[in-house]
Design a protein around this ligand. Structure first.
Ligand SMILES: [Cu+2]
Length: 266
């Protein structure tokens, strides 16, 4: 553990995403600025308590401050904050959004994530890589994604209640909600996204270790908000492909109309 890194000594869970180091760096520099501001303003406050104590200043001054130190300090802090935003946050955001096209070509794992009161459902596209049509009228319960099985793309789709993703390959998660606004947050992957009913918003990351961890809801969404902690597993790419194939094949079997039994004519 690096004792100079607030993202480590503030007990934030360890990072397991390829881009996460830069998020942690951002957390570090912002915290160091905030620590400096806290210490600086505290010292200034104590100084004014002493400097302008009543016993030394029985009469109020109606002139006020005569030098410009506080203005210079304020401008300095604004410049520092601008550097954090323009020098660190914007480039990280740009890299994440600019690489979107490239990520599409890296054979990403795709999952739709549906938030509901109170839990998450995962909708996988199956072996064809295409999500079946969604029809909101088909939802049997609040946790049902409403997959339309009359769409050929839907036949190999499957759903799970645990998020399973491969290691070392990008994962694109399309986040949506069946009811209110939630927020899908995977802290060890340093990523989160609002889940908004009627919209599907993609987020992506590359998990770089195999692990079992949890996902949470990052938006107060009702009395069961705290129960929205879900399970997530990152497994090797080979195991992932095998698992996804099995699930997909089982879905095809489940969803295909009964084969007509061959008649044996004597
Ligand atoms: Cu929620």
């Amino acid at each position: 553990m690096n004792p100079l890194s607030p993202s480590q000594f503030l007990s934030i869970p360890e990072n397991h995403a390829a881009h996460g180091g830069r998020v942690d760096h951002m957390i570090d520099v912002v915290h160091w600025l905030m620590i400096a501001l806290f210490v600086g303003w505290t010292l200034f406050f104590l100084f004014t308590l002493f400097r302008f104590r009543q016993s030394a200043n029985p009469k109020a001054s109606y002139v006020g401050v005569k030098n410009h130190i506080s203005s210079h300090l304020e401008i300095g802090i604004i410049i520092l904050e601008a550097v954090l935003l323009l020098g660190f946050a914007f480039p990280l955001w740009k890299e994440r959004t600019d690489s979107w096209e490239q990520v599409q070509r890296l054979d990403p794992a795709r999952v739709r994530v549906i938030g509901w009161q109170f839990g998450w459902t995962y909708h996988y596209p199956g072996e064809d890589g295409k999500f079946g049509r969604i029809d909101h009228r088909l939802k049997a319960s609040n946790s049902d994604p409403g997959i339309d099985l009359t769409d050929p793309n839907a036949l190999d789709d499957f759903t799970t209640s645990v998020l399973r993703l491969p290691k070392g390959r990008p994962s694109i998660l399309n986040i949506t909600s069946n009811d209110v606004i939630h927020n899908y947050a995977i802290i060890p992957m340093r990523i989160q996204q609002d889940a908004i009913p009627g919209r599907e918003i993609p987020m992506w990351f590359t998990a770089n270790s195999e692990l079992e961890t949890s996902v949470v809801c990052g938006q107060l969404c009702g009395e069961g908000h705290g129960n929205m902690a879900g399970q997530m597993e990152v497994i090797s790419d080979g195991n992932y492909r095998e698992w996804a194939k099995q699930q997909s094949d089982a879905a095809i079997e489940r969803n295909s109309p009964e084969e007509p039994v061959a008649q044996v004519v004597e």
